[in-house]
Design a protein around this ligand. Sequence first.
Ligand SMILES: [Zn+2]
Length: 145
Amino acid sequence: MATLALNSRVQSLVTEFGVFWQSWPQFEQTHGERLLVGFEVELIGSHTSDRNHVDPSCPSCRYVRSVLLAIADLMPGELNLSQNSLTYNIDSHSNSIVCLPALGNRSAVWVSIYVFSNRANGQSFETDLMNGIKALLNRWGIHQR
Ligand SMILES: [Zn+2]
C-alpha cells in the first residue's frame, strides 16, 4: 500500500509540474575506442508558463527541484541498481534555471542522474538499463521527450 500511495503522489506532482525526461549516453575514450559507460537522465519540470521567469531564488522553482530530487532518490531502489554494479550520481543544478525551446521557452529546473557501469559493458547493459528506467518513469507518468 505504501508503494501505491507513493506512486500516486509522484504522479500528481508530475502532472502539476509537467515533468518529463530525456537521456544522453555517456562515453569514455579508451585506446581510441569509444565505449558506452552509462547514461545521463535528465528530469525536467516547470511551475510557470511565464517566459520571463528567471529568478534563481524563486521558492516555487526550489520546490519543483526538490520534487525532482525526491524522484531521483527513489529510482535506485526501484531499479535494483546495486545488482548490476552500477554507480548512481545525482546533480541538482541548484540555482540554475533553463529555458527550453521544447517547452515554448518556458523556464524550468532540472536534475541530472548519472548512471555508470563499473564493469565491462555491452549492448545488453545499455538495453536493460534503459528499459528499466523507461518502465519506471512511465509508471510515474513521466514521459520521454
Ligand atoms: Zn520559479
